[in-house]
Design a protein around this ligand. Structure first.
Ligand code: MTE
Length: 320
């Protein structure tokens, strides 16, 4: 563990509390203005979190949050990629309610001194919850802004004490064929597997997510726990994790296995490296009106000042 250097964000990226507070006020006022301007009741309902879900709040972390208006609840929970439930964006909301998320355990093992199986309740109490507003940039060239609730994955990894051989971390996600109509099709080799290099996994931006918008995660967003790795394409952020293994050799993730020419191990957001079938230079912000201009994609999804040092000396066109 002591060999791992965790980079800290430069001071220029730190949002002062006052700015953060005024931004929250602005968001409140914007919501109010929407009402005055005659926003339809349907649109208002769609932007409000589902009241039937239990609350899960976190202390706002302004330092790690972007100064952008979060997407509406309906965008975040109704336009999803969770292929276990089907490939249409509406499939996860339609079918994920059948996934069993209670009881839930996460086995953490491999190259660690203290392998352990954690119960979800123990994981929720492991470290203080924070609210972080992250950009999510999907490899399909769309994006959203999402107020996640969770804590840095490093908090969990520290508990199991990685050995000096732990160079990568793999994440295996739930496979419940009865509840998951999508796994009947062999789109990928199920279960969905993703992986990070150990320094990426230990980076404070890498978030273990338990909630969104002050509520526990809805199933379609990866209940009861998932990753959010904001500088990488969304597919690296594995949902509904059941097993974490620290390993020595670079793992082959599900998407690398399915289409090695299209999906690399790193999957860092990079406007200069095309997906073989489309450009990654711009993105569509979900929720924008039909004629809104596309957004220019930023290197590392705008988190470069914090994470670029992780890739110093690497050819990111080759290690895509
Ligand atoms: N995790 C699992 N288990 N299965 C999936 O299909 N899709 C990934 C990622 N995690 C996926 C997954 C992709 S492609 C994206 S863009 C994000 O989840 C989407 O997260 P969201 O639906 O919460 O926005």
């Amino acid at each position: 563990m002591s060999r791992i250097r965790i980079p800290q964000p430069p001071a220029s990226e730190i949002t002062p509390e006052a700015v953060w507070q005024s931004r929250r006020r602005w968001l409140g006022q914007a919501a109010l203005l929407g009402m005055v301007a005659g926003t339809t009741p349907r649109a208002l309902a769609a932007s409000t979190p589902d009241a039937s879900l239990p609350d899960l709040s976190g202390k706002p972390n302004g330092r790690f949050s972007v100064m952008e208006k979060p997407n509406a609840w309906d965008d975040i929970t109704g336009y999803n990629n969770f292929y276990e439930f089907g490939t249409d964006k509406e499939d996860p909301r339609r079918h994920a309610g059948r996934m069993v998320t209670e009881p839930w355990t996460v086995e953490v093992g491999g190259e660690v001194l203290k392998p352990r199986t954690f119960d979800i309740d123990a994981l929720r109490k492991l470290a203080p919850m924070e609210e972080r507003i992250y950009r999510l940039r999907c490899v399909e060239a769309w994006s959203m802004v999402i107020p996640w609730v969770g804590y840095s994955l490093a908090e969990l990894l520290k508990q199991v004490q990685p050995t000096g051989n732990a160079r990568y971390v793999t994440f295996e996600t739930a496979l419940q064929p009865e509840a998951m109509p999508g796994v009947k099709r062999r789109i990928i080799d199920w279960p969905y597997i993703e992986a990070l290099r150990i320094d990426e996994a230990m980076h404070p931006l890498t978030l273990l997510v338990f909630g969104v918008y002050g509520k526990v995660l809805p199933n379609q967003n990866g209940a009861p726990l998932r990753l959010a790795v904001p500088w990488k394409y969304g597919f690296k952020s594995a949902k509904s994790i059941v097993r974490i293994r620290l390993v020595e050799e670079q793992p082959v993730s599900s998407w690398m296995k399915a289409a090695p020419a299209e999906y690399g191990f790193y999957a860092n957001v990079n406007p200069d490296v095309r997906h073989p079938r489309w450009s990654q230079a711009t993105e569509r912000r979900i929720g924008d009106h039909l004629f809104a201009p596309r957004v220019r994609t930023q290197m590392f999804n705008g988190y470069g000042e914090w994470v670029a040092p992780l890739y110093a000396g690497m050819d990111l066109a080759r290690d895509f």
